[in-house]
Design a protein around this ligand. Structure first.
Ligand code: ZN
Length: 177
């Protein structure tokens, strides 16, 4: 066990709503450990099961501010809309190298279960609120670029696709050497 392979945009598993976690056992604890190791190695501040090829409603996170890491199964996010929204650059380990200004609720309430199946309820703002929204979206098969308005999403996809073309061109040159 250890580091897992991170799936990138175009992999259909990223578009699947995961099945609910129903076995809170040693296999789940190992998976969460491996996901954390993969996230820290990347490095990132959150990682959902879909990003390591599993269609499961589970994510891990660590905002990197010393508050520590966590794992959440079967997450549900409630946007506390009276607290407003914040637009900030957001990225994703499954869309590496691309960051786009993304509007998110400033404060959310997260509910779900911990790795023993016990209920979790937490309120968060700042980066943690953004992580909870981003990762819960992943467990439902949604990516952050889906949260952009239509024009911004088109521009983002054009930039991402151009990046892939550059990559192919580089590989092509390498093969010719
Ligand atoms: Zn992501």
């Amino acid at each position: 066990m250890g580091k897992l392979q991170i799936r990138v945009l175009g992999d259909p598993v990223l578009r699947e709503r995961g099945r609910d976690v129903d076995a809170f056992d040693a296999a789940l604890w190992r998976l969460a450990d491996d996901m954390l190791e993969t996230m820290y190695d990347a490095p990132g501040v959150g990682l959902a099961a879909q990003q390591v090829g599993l269609s499961l409603r589970l994510f891990v996170y660590d905002p990197g501010d010393g508050t520590g890491s966590g794992a959440v199964a079967n997450p549900e996010v409630t946007l506390l809309e009276e607290e407003g929204e914040i637009e900030q650059d957001e990225g994703c380990l499954s869309i590496p190298g691309h960051y786009f200004p993304t509007r998110r609720a400033a404060r959310v309430r997260l509910s779900g279960q911990d790795l023993d199946g016990r209920p979790i309820v937490a309120e968060a703002d700042g980066l943690l609120a953004r992580i909870f929204q981003h990762e819960t979206d992943h467990t439902n098969g949604m990516l952050f670029i889906d949260r952009l308005d239509p024009d911004a999403r088109r521009a983002a996809m054009a930039q991402i696709n151009a990046g892939e073309l550059d990559l192919r061109a580089l590989k092509g040159r390498g093969a010719g050497d």
